[in-house]
Unconditional design. Structure first.
Length: 448
DNA sequence: TCTGGGGTCCTAGGACCC
DNA sequence: TCTGGGGTCCTAGGACCC
């Protein structure tokens, strides 16, 4: 049971607080150095070595093994800032392989779903379970079983934090990772106090690089210091997020648990180019490909978009001044038809593009997404009911479906739109990518 | 030479209405 | 000379997360 506590007049000023008469317990299951662990599943040579997974254009570190972290290589560090360490410490560099990571993530979540339906998947490598909804279990044993089962079935090591609120499970999880234990439960007041005292304020979920220094300035150095504050004070100082955070640290669950919810509000597809681009046509090929990916994602989730926005930008790190151009195109009827998305995106790009810049990346963005069913109603009530446009819609839908099926069976871009280019210049560097072992027949692991 | 990509939520401020 | 006030909606931008 949930009750709504309103702390203001407007709806954004309120949030749900679980009723005090039902104590909550959540578990946070988090894949250890997830992308690195995915790589190690298929390449044991990487075990016990410093491993770094690089971003889209092999530009910076997006995942690090514990051995790489021990070398003080920071998250998001640019490769050129630590390239001198690579040879010295035999660091294994890998281009990112999201197809592999998301497939292993899906498998991991499916294993979790065999334990309970009350699961809230919050990112590619982590999910919350509502343990208080599962009767008669020993929670720590239950978590140990989950840990063993995921490792046995998927090969990914996970860490599990157990606590009365989501924010506290994050803290429990962090301590477990630090102490290299697989399960950490913090539930008694003593356990919670001790955990809060050893957590730096900057490590609290929801406190980032802007807020942490401000809080330290007024003498709040640990999670425990913040938990001593009155929620109303936090509301004044930090806003609604601050109040929620303090209550969560004090043991009152305030962050919604979204089991079975998949209500995506926006989708974006963004890539850095392999080389800097100046010509409109070269950037248009990239935008065309991004719009194609957007269409695939929208159709897979049975969503449609009323608009498409496009950006192209120069590098924020270069010597020349930073430039970012933005353009938007609206559709008469919300759509997920790739042909229309590409046309709209190219039109938007002509607003965003400016001659004379060296562009470094570009992307497309769809917002205000609707379910496909919602457009059928719109079409019914649109005055233009002529057969030719209906027939056109039907034919486009069949074409998109056919392309999706072929590309799913025989590999991405077996059939592609000519506007995306035959030999496009925008393709990012991905020289060190491992095979997509679980999603491509021709990239299966060969065991001799 | 070389610096990611995909999300969510909140807030401030402008436009607009009566 | 004096030039309202309250509400809603939308959007851009900030902050945060992984």
């Amino acid at each position: 049971m949930k009750c709504l506590l309103a702390f203001g007049v407007l709806s954004p000023m309120s949030f749900t607080v679980c009723a005090a008469n039902r104590p909550t317990t959540f578990a946070l299951i988090d894949g250890n150095n997830f992308f690195v662990s995915c790589e190690r599943v298929f390449n044991p040579y990487l075990n016990h070595k410093p491993v770094i997974v690089l971003s889209g254009n092999d530009g910076c570190a997006i995942a690090r093994s514990n051995e790489a972290k021990a070398l003080n290589i920071a998250m998001s560090a640019a490769l050129h800032t630590f390239s001198h360490l690579v040879k010295q410490h035999d660091i294994q560099l890998l281009s990112c392989n999201f197809e592999l990571y998301s497939d292993l993530s899906t498998r991991m979540m499916k294993v979790l779903q065999t334990f309970t339906a009350n699961i809230d998947i919050s990112s590619i490598d982590e999910a919350f379970l509502d343990l208080s909804s599962i009767p008669n279990i020993d929670q720590e044993n239950f978590a140990q079983t989950i840990h063993k089962t995921i490792f046995k079935c998927i090969g990914i090591p996970v860490t599990i934090g157990i606590a009365p609120t989501k924010t506290l499970t994050k803290i429990a999880n962090r301590i477990a990772k630090k102490t290299q234990t697989s399960v950490k439960s913090i539930q008694t007041p003593h356990e919670i106090e001790s955990a809060l005292k050893q957590t730096d304020i900057s490590a609290v979920w929801g406190i980032g690089r802007a807020l942490a220094p401000k809080l330290k300035e007024i003498g709040l150095y640990t999670a425990f210091d913040l938990a001593q504050k009155d929620p109303r004070w936090a509301r004044k100082m930090i806003g609604i997020m601050g109040e929620r955070l303090v209550r969560e640290l004090q043991g009152t669950s305030c962050i919604a648990f979204n089991a079975d919810e998949d209500d995506k509000k926006s989708i974006q597809v963004t890539r850095s180019f392999g080389v800097k681009l100046t010509e409109f046509n070269d950037i248009a090929e990239a935008i065309s490909l991004h719009a194609t990916r957007l269409g695939e994602q929208l159709r897979a989730k049975k969503l449609i978009t009323p608009t498409i926005s496009v950006f192209c930008r120069t590098s924020p790190f270069g010597n020349s001044p930073y430039f970012k151009g933005i353009g938007v195109t609206g559709f008469d009827t919300p759509t997920n038809d790739t042909q229309l998305l590409i046309k709209g995106a190219i039109k938007a790009l002509s607003q965003a593009y400016q001659l004379g810049h060296s562009f470094q990346s570009a992307g497309v963005h769809a917002m205000g997404l609707l379910q496909e069913g919602q457009v059928i109603q719109k079409i019914l009530f649109t005055p233009s009911n002529d057969l030719s446009s209906k027939e056109k819609n039907k034919r486009s839908r069949s074409l998109n479906e056919a392309i999706d099926i072929i590309n799913k069976r025989t590999g991405k871009d077996t059939v592609f739109w000519a506007s995306s280019g035959i030999n496009p210049k925008h393709v990012p560097h991905q020289g060190k990518r491992s095979n997509r072992y679980t999603t491509r027949w021709d990239e299966l692991k060969i065991v001799i």
